[in-house]
Design a protein around this ligand. Structure first.
Ligand code: PAF
Length: 280
């Protein structure tokens, strides 16, 4: 497995890969790799492409009150995971390689990025679309692999790719959950055992939502009220949003359309922010 830190080296490698007639799959990450990332890598491997994992904690997608410095960094463990998963190359640039002094160009998507996490994290998706545009230009992959847990992020990136005609496929890989049903994520790893216990209420709410929709409930009001009620029973869990949206546009819906609507949840468990979702 090659480990690459600079943009010219990365461009050189991807030119070689393309010259061999191979396709390139990019798995963008911010490191602190967990089983959700491994599922992305496995899906990318299965596609038959040469797999590149980028590891870059992107300062631009953290708000002023969000702890960029405290974001977990586990470089040795990340490399071991990538080696084990037979990744072909890891691209792990330093911040100055991506945002040199005087950097001043940004990419924004102005519709799908506005609701949900866009309300409580108003600069987040601008950071995501900017780093994606850069990674797509540097690596020039045929496909990018993204997690379903971050479905709004995938929707925003897909829209940016379509609007700006990058010509890259976005593959969304199902959420990986632990034995208690908690979605794997960098932030959920920070939970203490008792917080983790509280957070299992998210999975309970998703299960209840599934049951209600399967039983014929189509009113988003009823579903949102029930999910909010279930989550509210835990003292240390506070709802940021519970919403039912169109899975492509992230626009709130009045009526549930099975196969099209998604239940979106964001909560605080004490000071840890978690998101989850469920296709209805
Ligand atoms: O989901 C993430 O880890 C990040 O938002 C991503 C996709 C790597 C972009 O920085």
């Amino acid at each position: 497995m090659q480990k690459i830190a600079t943009v010219p080296e990365m461009r050189r490698l991807t030119r070689e890969i393309r010259a061999r007639g191979e396709k390139i799959a990019l798995v963008p990450t911010m490191g602190a790799l967990h089983p959700g990332h491994v599922a992305l890598i496995e899906a990318a491997k299965k596609s038959g492409a040469t797999v590149i994992v980028s590891i870059f904690a992107n300062p631009l997608q953290f708000g002023p009150n969000e702890d960029f410095a405290g974001y977990p960094r586990t470089p040795d463990a990340d490399l071991a995971i990538c080696t084990e998963a037979q990744v072909d190359a890891v691209f792990a640039p330093a911040v100055e390689e991506i945002y040199p002094r005087g950097y001043s160009s940004y990419v924004t998507e102005d519709a799908y990025s506005k609701p949900l996490c866009g309300i409580s994290r108003p600069t987040h998706f601008r950071g995501v679309t900017t780093i994606f545009a850069k990674l797509l230009n540097i690596v020039r992959p045929d496909a990018v692999f993204m997690g379903q847990k971050d479905i709004q992020q995938a929707a925003v990136v897909r829209k940016m790719i379509a609007d700006l005609q990058f010509g890259v496929d976005v593959v969304v890989v199902p959420t990986v959950r632990d034995a208690e049903g908690l979605a794997h994520g960098v932030r959920s790893r920070a939970l203490t055992n008792s917080q983790r216990q509280e957070a299992t209420v998210i999975k309970q709410a998703l299960v209840k939502a599934r049951e209600m929709v399967d039983a014929g409930v189509r009113s988003t009001d009823r579903l949102v009220a029930e999910v909010t009620h279930i989550i509210g029973q835990r003292r240390r869990v506070r709802v940021i949003y519970v919403s039912i949206v169109d899975s492509t546009t992230m626009e709130a819906e009045r009526e549930i359309v099975p196969g099209k609507s998604w239940l979106m949840i964001a909560v605080w468990v004490d000071e840890v922010r978690l998101i989850d979702n469920l296709p209805l």
